[in-house]
Design a protein around this ligand. Structure first.
Ligand code: FAD
Ligand code: NAD
Length: 502
């Protein structure tokens, strides 16, 4: 208590920061009145936003409880998202490489086959190991873990129907909603997780479908389409918009689509699904041009619905305590992640911003820092995005279209992996690095990379943007040879001057 009171005094004495003082005061008031069973922080949801917030709060000395209904920690990301999808992307890539790339590297064998149950078992092992790891971190940091469904009964009390069958009320001075998101359903397309699947079903198909139709050419559609395409499915992606991954830099996106088409993925753009018939063995989809027109039929064994995700707040009792949401159902928060109800916060997929695990984690840490009366900051413009196909596509900052729309004078520097020695050495040279920098100052505005390991390469660019670096800063930084990272340096050289190797 003394520590918190002095924190409030220090904040108040530092500079006059009414918001920080108010938050610290709210916190200290609660702290002074704390009953033995009351938490400083209660987190509803144990995904990347929630479990990271809980650990951070406990590390800051706050009495913390995390409530999770799933029975395992890690949320969508760890259980049915990032981790299982990356496990399958890796396994299917190994199979694809063995089939198509090994021979040219002089590696030959007489028989190659897919053992799908073993592939799924490897994925499940990765998931269960990691979820147990988070339980271990909870124990280490003394976070109380309550397994059950949480529901607000007041702004400081959550009633939990526990997985064991009982009910308990968890009290907290500060409550963080981190309940994540769920698949967006499409009218008339009922997900049965057998013939019509969400990403969850697509991560556990019992056999390789002959024909897979994917609705939505976003992150999930292209990643899961790649998995099953590599394993032998004929994949057709139906996309409402004129382009795949509409948020991507246009030039990079065009090259990316060509790469995926080379891998035999088919695209039907500007097309909508208007009907689904599952009465026969497979599925018959009725399609129509997005602008209206003649209908056509597309047959599939399995259909993946990946047309986006929506915030998940069902049964949470937001209306009981009066938490405001926007038209899309996202919880509205201020810059300190506080909702319109004092002491109730929200983070991650359930609030506006990119629906990404690392963004949810940043929200979680920053929200807890605010609760403890400290300052924090998350800049959504600096959140990298990665599509984990092969090659991967990673980006941070603005696309060329966004820079143009801003009316800023800019320079573009590009470098293809065809001219990168490491990429040539490993015979995996499709892709490029593209850097956009402000003409007058050379400050980097955006970086876009398509490369086998773009998801790793992008972090040099994230750091550069975060520190307001110029393209010359990157270009004059020594990069080890032979690495794919040298392409980032060469693209930076091309931005402010000239590259050497092309
Ligand atoms: C197939 C797929 C692949 C993905 N791949 C990536 C990727 O590679 N990289 C990336 O950055 N992002 C990826 N994402 C997105 C990522 O999973 C989410 O952005 C991230 O999980 C959001 O974290 P969160 O903590 O906000 O919510 P979630 O992870 O959704 O966690 C919320 C948790 O709250 C629990 N919960 C909900 N309501 C209650 C309640 N009332 N009481 C108790 N518990 C409750 C839920 O059971 C859930 O476990 C992927 C998503 C999918 C579907
Ligand atoms: N690698 C990663 O970081 C990763 C991987 C998977 C998922 N995610 C996250 O999960 C979220 C959900 O993924 P997602 O792929 O479902 O959504 P998304 O928003 O990435 O893509 C959805 C796509 O579906 C299209 N679409 C919408 N309605 C449609 C319709 N009726 N018919 C045809 N197309 C339609 C959209 O135009 C869009 O291109 C993403 O926003 C992303 O943040 C991230």
């Amino acid at each position: 208590m003394a520590a918190m009171a002095s924190l409030a005094r220090r904040r108040a004495g530092d500079v006059f920061r009414p918001e920080a003082v108010r938050r610290a005061a709210v916190f200290c008031r609660g702290f002074a009145a704390a009953a033995a069973d009351e938490n400083d922080v209660v987190v509803i949801g144990g995904g990347p936003g929630g479990y990271v917030a809980a650990i951070k709060a406990a590390q800051m000395g706050l009495k913390t409880t995390c409530i999770e209904k799933r029975g395992t920690l890690g949320g969508t990301c760890l259980n049915v998202g990032c981790i299982p999808s990356k496990a399958l992307l890796h396994s299917s890539h190994m199979y694809h490489e063995a089939k198509h790339a090994f021979p040219s590297h002089g590696v030959k064998f007489s028989q190659l086959e897919i053992d799908l149950p073993a592939m799924m078992a490897q994925k499940d092992k990765a998931v269960s190991g990691l979820t147990r790891g988070i339980e271990g971190l909870f124990k280490k940091n003394k976070v109380t873990y309550v397994k059950g469904f949480g529901k607000f009964v007041s702004p400081s009390e959550v009633s939990v129907d526990t997985l064991e069958g009982g009910n308990t009320v968890v009290k907290g001075k500060n409550i963080i909603i981190a309940t994540g998101s769920d698949v967006k359903s499409l009218p008339g397309v009922t997900i049965d997780e057998k013939k019509i699947v969400s990403s969850t079903g697509a991560l556990a198909l019992p056999e390789v479908p002959k024909k897979l139709v994917v609705i939505g050419a976003g992150y999930i559609g292209l990643e899961m389409g790649s998995v099953w395409g590599r394993l032998g499915s004929e994949v057709t992606v139906v996309e409402f918009a004129p382009d795949i991954v509409p948020s991507m830099d246009g030039e990079v996106r065009k090259q990316f689509q060509r790469m995926l088409e080379k891998q035999k993925m088919k695209f039907m753009l500007k097309t909508k699904v208007v009907g689904v018939d599952t009465s026969g063995d497979g599925v018959k989809l009725t399609l129509e041009p997005a602008a209206g027109g003649e209908q056509s039929i597309l047959e599939a064994d399995v259909v993946l619905v990946s047309a986006g995700r929506v915030p998940y707040t069902a049964g949470l009792g937001l209306e009981t305590i009066g938490v405001q949401t926007d038209k899309a159902g996202r919880i509205e928060v201020d810059k300190h992640f506080m909702t319109n109800v004092s002491g109730v916060y929200a983070i991650g997929d359930v609030i506006p911003g990119p629906m990404l695990a690392h963004k949810a984690e940043e929200d979680g840490v920053t929200c807890v820092e605010f609760i403890a009366g400290k300052e924090g900051h998350v800049d959504y413009d600096m959140v990298p995005g990665v599509v984990y196909t092969h090659p991967e596509v990673a980006s941070v900052g603005k696309t060329e279209e966004q820079v143009k729309a801003l009316g800023v004078s800019y320079r573009v520097g590009k470098f293809p992996f065809m001219a990168n020695s490491r990429a040539k050495a490993i015979d995996d040279a499709d892709g490029l690095v593209k850097i956009l920098a402000e003409k007058e100052t050379d400050k980097i505005l955006g970086v876009h990379i398509m490369a086998p390991n773009a998801g790793e390469l992008i972090h040099e660019a994230v750091l550069a943007l975060q520190y307001g670096a110029s393209s010359e800063d990157i270009a004059r930084t020594c990069h080890a040879h032979p690495t794919m990272s040298e392409a980032v340096k060469e693209a930076a050289m091309a931005t402010y001057d000239k590259p050497i190797h092309i």
